[in-house]
Ligand binder design. Sequence first.
Ligand code: HEM
Length: 522
Amino acid sequence: MSVQPEQFHQLKEITAEEVATHNKQGDIWIIIDAVVYDLSKFANLHPGGLGVLLDGDVAGKDATTVFFSLHRQEVLLKPQYQRLIVGRVAGSTQSVSPPAIGAISTVPYGEPTWLTPQFKSPYYNDSHRKFQKVVRKFVEEEIKADAQACEESGKRASKEVLAAMARVNLNAMRLGPGKHLHGRSLFDGAFKGEEFDYFHELIITQELARTGARGYADGLNAGMVIGLPPVLNFGQEPLRSKVVEQVFKGEKVISLAISEAFAGSDVAGLRTTATKQGDGWVINGTKKWISGGVHSDYFTVGCRTEGGLTVFLVPRTENVTTKQIKTSYSTAAGTAYITFDNVYVPNENMLGPENGGLLVILSNFNHERWVMCCGSARSSRIIVEECLKWASQRRVFGKPLISQPVIRAKLASMIAKVEATQAWLEAVTFQMCNMNYKQQSKNLAGQIAFLKMQSTRFAGEIADDAVNIFGGRGLTKTGMGRLVEQFQRTQKFDAILGGAEEVLGDLGVRQAMRQMPKDVRL
Ligand code: HEM
């Protein structure tokens, strides 16, 4: 459907016979899904060329099938192409559904089972269901268009989006449930901070993933999700409250600066130093791959001190320089190389105890990894939906692509993977809701490590299958396969950030070994 139903009925009625008379260069009309377009002037600008529009089966004809085999539906919804509409075909109706704001996908496996009407779930209550509707609408109305535009332009999220997120308290919610939400009104009073749990947070992360803009997503305060908890949990008053509120209100941006060119997963090998000077510390060194770093006002920095590691909150000053790193996703992520050149911070900027930084750094890893699992699972599902649509509408050898058993076999494996990941993710989330922080650290570090390892391994396999299903379009940045192209190019970020698959798998097994009873034998 290229126009909304109300608009469709207001269009001038044109007979198919009249459309047929406009069939030559300089005078081309076509029909797409019962709507008549005048392409006379546009034809010379058409990205697919003039020649294809002059084809005997296209000019003056109903080109619905050929149009949908070559373009995404969203092309027709763009204002510049809506202006080409001159009427509707007398007596016909539109047959393609428009993507309505907030709608639930009707494509099988396009939504997790809990959002599919015929399924029940033990995990989601009325508050979660209401919350999902509100978040989806918010993301589609306030964020999606900005996400698409910035992913392409490489610019950071717009001020309007950041302000809207702060207004509904989304920044505070993205830190997960906790006291920081108590007394806060969420989404203009629709929810109370006290009712917020990990399933609400899962919903936020999964709805944000639906914007299909992986670099932008990391630039959209993802640095806050990992950089602010050390301030919230280990910061000293009054600095703690000041910084937390500034970030929640969208006035300041924060990121986590741990990894270095010298040390990634090997946190203990960091080389950035903090040296005591008077009532404070002087920081020197570099950090690499810092998501959102280019946009940040504050950095949560892991430093080597005399007796170990210490974490500091470092405000941006002239002694802090950030340089954009070009990675395989959009520069909208603001991925930075940071240099700290004799940066002085007072004692009160220390987060946690002196030489106790390892604990501060490790304390948020489980949450970070779980957030990444939520995103990876949802991005993988988008790809399954794209492939199901494509395989149904694409015709090869005179038949829909889906009639090829080899394509169905790929889809089977992809669907099984997204369903398995979401089911495990929800089971882990349920445990998180029923364990305190200490219990989570003890019992879930291994589970979450394995879950992340598996989610991203599956995402890689799904990306691989999706490209083979889409062919060249899966390698093309615009057009029908654009989401598949982006996914195959960017899914690895989830596999590397927050711990590489092999490191996590090893961590999970070592955690299990700690609980291995001494008295068991085969
Ligand atoms: C309202 C009518 C049409 C509009 C607004 C339109 C617009 C576009 C746009 C924006 C693209 C670039 C796609 C992208 O990379 O995102 C494109 C590509 C293309 N269009 Fe159209 N188009 C129209 C009708 C048609 C029709 C009727 C045909 C029939 C043959 C056609 C054939 C093509 C082809 C072959 C391409 C290249 C596709 C590719 O690279 O995969 N277009 N068109």
